[in-house]
Design a protein around this ligand. Structure first.
Ligand code: NOJ
Length: 764
């Protein structure tokens, strides 16, 4: 090592240890501050800090102000302006005895005022910069509205698309979800959760919520320890390692014990094994639900179980307030247990910078925005860019797309002009009239160069019971408006438009409430009313482009036959219509790849690409008896994980490994050439999968271990390199030891999870 390097190393070591010292000092200061405050608090004030109350009908504003002033509330959620939050903060820091600041939380999931595509769509971008933009922009907008904490990211692995909350997560894959979850945390919190433009992230729903049986929301979760550790837990851990200040605990039980009363989950795993130092929060009403789970006799026992297990903040649940005094008096809950929970809440407030300045995000009244929904507060350009990157082109027969901005275009379908649906569920403070529909986007894109004929063509569903269900969800007003005309008349109108057109674009799929909390489905098909429309459009013989809007994989076998092109647009947010038009007309070349498998039918579920090896696998092209298959329809997914087309064509070649063996502690390089063989610049995602061929237990047929999104000019090629080391090969064995086992590994690269090239090496 030359002198310069040595000097550099010493400087970096010194600055590293100086940094560690500063961190240790900061932690000491924080602990001293919290301990000192704790000493001054009465028991009632301590219990008050554990209550997180929703602003709304549960507790009207005057009562909330009184409770805060009496020190009986620690934080609130669901208020979304500085002027709403200011009086609440005033009540705490001006009127309460100890002047402990409040904190304000909200579900800022995929945007705040500007709505970005839903999380499942963001994951389909495989674009970490785009994801960072979403987290940062959301935090900037929400903090400017006086919000301190978000109940996000949601990193529940979803492998059963019947589950309505599939839309809220980042898909089925552990590696991808972990990377995105960590990035979201970093972007929400930025350099420090105390920054005035940061939100503290509360990762959710701990744990395994995505694995509810049958995809039915709130149902039980029963899972083997290896699957848990290998597939479902890593994303929460990644978010925590990225610094998430909070953890929201799941509503489901885990192998019989509700997460909310699960000591193993919250203490052994979260705090002891993972070293989590932040605050835990129950989900809405979850402590009361312990009685219905059948693990607590009554509210008193529920409160006792929850606090003992490690729930710090109780969300919209009066039980801590009602029951903790008695439980402390009888000694069933110890002073120490109470203090531990309060310590975490105060610590979180400290970390959010609220003791320094309780108004750091609320600001002063004279600087409040005159109109919270002002256009100038939106980040439209960023929203459009991210939305374009999230769209996935599923089909494009005869290169019907991109379309020309000329002639006559028929735009039909119940989702063609649906501003509310465009935002998707959990649209925070988004305002429907600010979202660009497909109709708006198309009109703007073509100007007077082409004629657009619009007809609704069908209702989202003709099933009025479903309409009632959707309108009964907790949205502010009925969202699904039923056109009273007979279905046949609506179809006829659409067909008439189609006949006059050169091409038909049908915006079909789900209304946003269909992919929402509690909205589990038994079918993955596009509702019958819309399927009838599609069939009638097909019968006109005109080229048919489906613009899908939905929050989960749909079963699209029939649509695949009928349509010439299918563009999966999810729920794309405020700028959705513009982004969709950009792709339809080729102003943007689609690059999204599915972050979740699309099955052929609901009967194939669960279906995910990284399933374990089995004894009698079905081999495509080799039909035979007694293999693992369904005999009524083709096997395998309709669209695999990682799949998505582009207007460019890409080819992989020259896949090679730098070595045929790998030593523990060593490195191996996988390299592949990717070439854009088309006339068009475009982006694709090169994906790296690894399989542990023989191990002490059955291992997945492949697992995503890395990827690179790459931009290639027409005709250009690049060499893509991935470094592989022992860490990429580790897994939890049946004893839950995390280690790599020597032996053969298969490395696969592809532009989706199915069409891969393969090489192998041996771990020594
Ligand atoms: C219930 C949901 O399960 C959770 O995700 C959300 O953060 C809370 N309600 C608060 O709105």
């Amino acid at each position: 090592m030359n002198k310069l390097c040595l000097l550099g190393l010493l400087v970096s070591l010194a600055s590293h240890s100086a940094f560690a010292d500063t961190q240790a000092d900061a932690l000491k200061q924080k602990n001293a501050f919290v301990s000192d405050l704790l000493k001054q608090m009465t028991e009632a004030e301590k219990i008050g800090q554990l209550r997180l109350i929703s602003i709304g009908p549960e507790m009207p504003q005057p009562q909330i102000l009184k409770e805060i002033a009496a020190g009986r509330i620690g934080g609130t959620f669901n208020s979304i302006t500085r002027s709403e939050n200011r009086p609440l903060q005033d009540a705490a820091v001006k009127n309460s005895r100890l002047k402990i600041p409040m904190f304000f939380a909200y579900d800022v999931i995929h945007g705040h005022r500007t709505i970005f595509p839903i999380s499942l769509a963001l994951a389909s971008s495989w674009d970490m910069d785009a994801i960072a933009t979403v987290g940062r922009t959301s935090a900037i907008e929400a903090s400017a509205d006086g919000i301190d904490m978000t109940f996000a990211p949601m990193v529940d692995i979803a492998r059963d698309p019947r589950w309505g909350r599939t839309s809220e997560g980042f898909g089925e894959d552990t590696y991808l979800v972990s990377r995105i979850g960590a990035q979201m945390v970093k972007s929400f919190q930025d350099q420090s959760a105390a920054s005035p433009t940061s939100l503290m992230a509360s990762v959710k729903h701990f744990a395994l919520y995505g694995a509810v049986e049958g995809g039915r929301d709130y149902n039980t979760v029963d899972m083997s320890p290896t699957k848990m550790y290998q597939d479902y837990l890593p994303p929460y851990r990644a978010a925590i390692d990225a610094g998430a200040g909070g953890v929201m605990v799941a509503l489901n039980s885990v192998n019989g014990i509700p997460a909310t009363s699960n000591t193993w989950l919250m203490q052994d795993l979260l705090r002891k094994d993972w070293g989590f130092k932040g605050v835990t929060v129950s989900d809405h009403g979850a402590i009361t639900e312990l009685v219905r789970h059948g693990v607590a006799r009554d509210g008193r026992e529920a409160a006792k179980l929850a606090i003992k297990a490690g729930i710090d903040l109780s969300m919209n649940d009066s039980l801590y307030g009602q029951e903790l005094p008695g439980l402390l008096k009888s000694g069933e809950v110890s002073q120490q247990e109470l203090d531990n929970a309060v310590r975490e809440v105060l610590g979180a407030k400290y970390d959010m910078g609220l003791f320094d300045n309780p108004y750091r995000r609320i600001g002063v009244a004279s600087e409040d925005p005159a109109d919270t929904n002002a256009e100038s507060r939106l980040h439209r350009e960023a929203a459009r860019d991210v939305a374009r990157k999230s769209l996935v082109l599923l089909e494009n027969r005869n290169q019907i797309l991109p379309l020309k901005k000329q002639g006559t275009i028929a735009l039909v379908g119940p989702l063609a002009d649906a501003p509310i649906d465009m935002m998707g569920s959990w649209a925070a403070a988004g305002v429907p009239r600010q979202s660009v529909t497909v109709h708006d986007g198309l009109r703007k894109a073509v100007g007077d160069r082409a004629r657009i004929l619009y007809a609704k063509g069908a209702n989202v569903t003709d099933d009025l019971k479903i309409v009632d269900y959707l309108n009964f969800l907790n949205f502010n007003h009925p969202e699904v408006e039923v056109d009273p005309r007979p279905a046949a008349a609506m179809i006829e109108e659409a067909v008439k438009a189609a006949r006059q057109a050169d091409v038909v674009i049908a915006a079909v799929g789900e209304s946003r409430g269909m992919s929402h909390e509690s909205s589990s489905r038994t079918s993955l098909e596009i509702p019958a009313s819309q399927r009838a429309l599609i069939t009638a459009l097909k019968a006109t013989g005109k080229p048919l482009v489906l613009v899908l809007m939905n929050g989960r994989p749909l079963a699209l076998s029939r649509e695949r036959e009928e349509a010439d092109a299918i563009l999966e647009t999810w729920f794309s947010g405020t700028e959705g219509g513009n982004a969709i038009a950009d792709v339809l007309f080729g102003d943007y070349n689609p690059s999204g790849k599915l972050a979740i498998t699309f099955p052929r039918s609901v009967g194939q579920i669960p279906m995910y690409y990284n399933h374990l090896s089995i004894g009698r696998p079905y081999t495509p092209g080799k039909p035979g008896n007694y293999t693992s298959q369904y005999f009524e329809e083709p096997n395998g997914p309709l669209y695999p994980f990682g799949y998505g087309l582009s207007y460019s064509r890409f080819e992989l070649s020259g896949f090679a490994l730098s070595n045929k063996t790998l030593n523990k502690g060593g490195k191996l390089e996988a390299s592949v050439i990717v070439k854009n063989t088309s006339q068009r610049d475009g982006e694709t995602v090169v994906q790296l999968y690894i399989q542990d061929v023989t191990a002490s237990m059955s291992r997945p047929v492949k697992e995503l271990k890395n990827f690179q999104k790459v931009l290639l000019k027409a005709g250009e090629s690049k060499v893509i390199k991935f470094s592989i080391d022992e860490n990429d090969l580790k897994f939890y064995n049946t004893q839950l030891q995390y280690a790599a086992e020597p032996g053969e590994f298969s490395v696969q690269v592809g532009l989706d999870s199915q069409a891969v090239e393969q090489q192998s090496f041996e771990l020594l």
